[in-house]
Design a protein around this ligand. Structure first.
Ligand SMILES: NC(=O)c1ccc[n+]([C@@H]2O[C@H](COP(=O)([O-])OP(=O)(O)OC[C@H]3O[C@@H](n4cnc5c(N)ncnc54)[C@H](O)[C@@H]3O)[C@@H](O)[C@H]2O)c1
Length: 329
């Protein structure tokens, strides 16, 4: 049985443990905060497993899966016999650098050491001696429900480390994408925050409300983007595909891109106004209820995606995207 260690067992580490355990791995959990982190982690895992059971995604009972996740008191115990380590500790390069120094010394030499960092380039903290087996494996929270994982090596990462992690993540049911070179924020967060920045500009300059932006996404763009991405949207929206779309509408696209205010310096009062607007719909006391509803919707969307299948993806689109070809750093 494949052994995996989750180091840092908060929101993301706990969700990763579900991914590993669901696929049949034995998971050791270690957190610097010890027992306090363990209680929260057990609760998060229990909730997620119940949700996955409800949507028919488990081949065993939630209890059987949770039984393969054990909490240990030392890093040495956690790393015993593992082939993959998933670090999900504090988002701080100093903390991660020090932690990976220790992981590099204690983990079996053939174990892959992966970081969940959201936005820090691996080369800023994967500086330990055997960093050829280290990389970033950035999930989208929670990875137990959302399959994308962004794999990004540093100039020191061995190509086999990327290939092994790509194969492992695929076997776990994740959807890996390999970045060919390092960039802050990787792909998803760069796209996400570019959109958020322009949304703040539109709200800040009085074009619409925050609720309008959320509606544009959930009732508009996200419905398309849950099935096909922005490039393919353009490809299918023109009788002559993407080339025709660019020939016809490229000027308009470039103008909107140039007009977008991704550097918009919104005032504090705007953040407070948006906060108040959101609180009027989702007060803090109802956050966990709303999060559970959001997660159930994500799980249902995934089930819909799986049922619909993608008759083209495996054969043609994934090749076009280059991510199922030989991964490169
Ligand atoms: N929350 C998200 O949306 C999200 C998404 C993708 C990636 N990430 C990344 O995942 C990582 C974890 O984020 P999170 O949201 O789970 O945070 P979190 O605060 O919920 O959990 C972090 C856990 O790490 C523990 N920890 C801190 N230092 C440690 C150390 N040296 N050794 C062991 N454990 C340690 C803490 O006690 C805590 O339990 C971060 O790097 C974050 O950027 C977060």
């Amino acid at each position: 049985m494949t052994r995996v260690a989750c180091v840092g067992t908060g929101l993301v580490g706990s969700a990763w443990s579900v991914v590993f355990a669901k696929a049949g791995c034995e998971v050791a959990m270690f957190d610097a905060a010890g027992g306090a982190a363990e209680d929260r982690s057990r609760e998060l895992i229990g909730q997620t497993l119940r949700l996955l059971a409800d949507t028919g995604e488990l081949d065993r009972t939630p209890e059987a899966i949770q039984a393969s996740i054990r909490y240990v008191g030392t890093l040495e115990e956690a790393l015993d016999g593992v082939s993959h380590v998933q670090e999900s500790a504090k988002e701080d390069p100093g903390v991660k650098r020090q932690l990976f120094e220790t992981l590099g010394r204690l983990a079996p030499r053939d174990a892959v050491l992966a970081s969940s960092t959201s936005a820090i380039k691996g080369s800023e903290f994967l500086t330990f001696e055997t960093a050829d087996r280290a990389l970033v494996a950035h999930p989208v929270n929670p990875p137990s429900l959302i399959p994308l994982v962004e794999l990004c090596g540093t100039p020191r990462t061995a190509p086999e480390t990327i290939e092994r992690t790509h194969a492992f993540m695929t076997a776990l049911g994740m959807a890996p994408v390999v970045l060919r070179k390092e960039i802050d924020g990787f792909l998803l967060n760069r796209l996400q925050y570019t959109l958020v920045a322009e949304a703040l500009h539109l709200v800040g300059e009085g074009y619409c409300s925050a609720a309008d932006i959320d509606r544009v996404m959930t009732q508009g763009l996200a419905l398309r983007w849950a099935t096909i991405g922005p490039f393919e949207v353009a490809h299918l929206n023109s009788p002559h595909g993407f080339r025709g779309f660019v020939d016809h509408l490229g000027g308009m696209m470039r103008k909107m891109g140039a007009d977008a205010r991704t550097d918009y310096d919104w005032p504090d009062s705007l953040a407070s106004d948006i906060h108040a607007e959101l609180l009027s719909v989702v007060p803090e006391a109802r956050f966990s209820e709303r999060q559970a509803w959001r997660d159930a919707n994500i799980a249902a969307t995934r089930a819909m995606q799986r049922a619909a299948g993608d008759r083209f993806a495996e054969s043609t689109l994934s090749k076009r995207r280059g991510n199922d070809d030989e991964p490169a750093v």
